[in-house]
Write a protein that binds this ligand. Sequence first.
Ligand code: A2H
Length: 253
Amino acid sequence: EGVLPQEYVLIKMEVIPPFPPQLKALEGKKVYLAAATLRPETMYGQTNCWVLPDGKYGAFEINDTDVFILTARSALNLAYQNLSKVPEKPTCLADISGNDLIGLPLKSPLAFNGIIYALPMMTILTDKGTGIVTSVPSDSPDDFMALQDLVTKPAMRAKFGVKDEWVLPFKVVPIINIPEFGDKSAEKVCLDLKIKSQNDKEKLAEAKRMTYLKGFTDGTMIVGEFKGRKVQEVKPLIKNKLLEEGTAVLYSE
Ligand code: A2H
């Protein structure tokens, strides 16, 4: 962890009822997978959610109605940020493994896709953010490659019980134009660098370096309420809109 705290936006990805057996203890509650992001302006392009199959998660009471699924570590931090039913004390209603989350249907704010699914990603760190990541393959090289892996590898889908209809047809949703990279910057850079898989760490770091800053400084929104405006300008506006409508909360660590 760095010296300065990192502030994330937690996107409330709502689990659509009826709940599967492993979530039955949560019946009647509003249950969300809480995904930590630094790019709230990209939420229009969400295609799925990522969980770590071997990851340990819990369902934590945030207030009288809402339950967040995330790591115990992040639940403890949230409890010290006014995001726990009992102040400074996380209350866990159920222990859940990443594998239990795979295939959950979700409704996520701003996403053009009405229903998206929780899918396995191997490179999620459990000591960063919430351990839940929302997937925007148009603008995130990690997300593009993880989805590409599932799409091109039937054995990987079989291993994790991923149904074909959760990943196929694979459609990147273009949301931001970067003059140098076009409307699907992550896809372009992954192809240009010939990245083979989500585990190609060095090349993915390079892809992220190439796209991350450019998306912010040179990107223009091509969809949504702020279409035609610079990413730099609308990022705080979209963040505040999500916070005000209650579909996201701030989280620092
Ligand atoms: B970002 P930083 Cl479109 N393990 O959100 C691995 N990755 C994680 C994570 C974890 N535990 N928690 C969050 N992340 C991802 C959107 C996005 C992101 C786009 C482009 C780039 C990008 C959609 N995924 O991140 O190490 C989340 O993915 C580029 C780094 O704290 C989060 O923002 O800087 C970002 O990594 C936080 O990474």
